[in-house]
Design a protein around this ligand. Structure first.
Ligand SMILES: Nc1nc2c(c(=O)[nH]1)N[C@H]1C(S)=C(S)[C@@H](COP(=O)(O)O)O[C@H]1N2
Ligand SMILES: [Mo]
Length: 205
């Protein structure tokens, strides 16, 4: 069961009159969508790192990550392949709590998220620090299935879900935006920003 002392944050999109962004359809199942195999979790060798434009690089073990202050977030999820899954309750550590571990260089404007097997995704630092954004290991009071990102996934509810990277292992703070995996031209040229309400699906050519 969930710990009642953990604060619950409601994503602002949940208060919209229209919950489903344009050209999306609601699903009640939870599709599994990713590139490549599902990684195996090795708890003793796993580390999470913050690097790039920070005063000094920071890293922690999985147990140290779980010991950080937690939040729960109620939010919707929108995949660019046109399904939307509403009313998810995620539990984990706020992106703000994570970034408080380091002193960020004021030149940092974007975040590159790094995952197992070299998967990556990019987003603006301001979006990464949204109050409804977190690194999660629980969904609706259950540990995530490995296929859904266990032991740790990012959740950025107000952008298309490919930015909600599964099996995340670190973040890099950068000054200049550069494409991650799905954003690169070879893998489809998905949008650098990815707002579902204005249908930022692909990068303009
Ligand atoms: N590491 C990694 N994370 C990823 C992806 C991926 O290919 N690799 N796909 C993204 C996409 S396109 C979506 S829609 C969501 C799907 O999350 P789910 O499989 O838990 O529904 O994960 C995102 N996170
Ligand atoms: Mo997706």
């Amino acid at each position: 069961m969930s710990d009642p002392t953990i604060p619950l944050i409601v994503s602002s999109d949940v208060h919209r009159q229209e919950r489903i962004p344009p050209h999306q359809a609601q699903t009640r199942k939870w599709p599994i969508l990713h590139m490549g195999p599902t990684p195996r979790f090795n708890r003793t060798s796993w580390i999470f790192q913050i690097f790039g434009l920070v005063e000094s690089r920071w890293q922690c073990t999985y147990d140290e990550f779980l010991a950080l202050p937690r939040v729960r977030v109620l939010a919707d999820m929108h995949c660019v392949t046109r399904w939307s899954k509403l009313d998810n309750v995620w539990e984990g550590v706020s992106t703000r709590t994570i970034l408080d571990r380091v002193k960020v260089d004021p030149r940092a404007r974007f975040v590159m998220v790094h995952c197992e097997y070299g998967f990556s995704t990019n987003l603006p630092l301001a979006e990464f620090l949204g109050e409804d954004c977190l690194f999660a290991w629980k969904h609706n009071d259950q540990d995530l299935e490995p296929d859904h990102g266990y032991p740790l996934r990012l959740v950025i509810p107000r952008l298309y879900a490919w930015k909600s990277a599964k099996w995340v292992r670190g973040i890099e703070l950068v000054e200049t935006d550069r494409p991650g995996f799905w954003e690169s031209w070879e893998n489809g040229g998905y949008h650098m920003h990815g707002d579902p309400w204005t249908e930022e699906r692909f990068r303009p050519r």
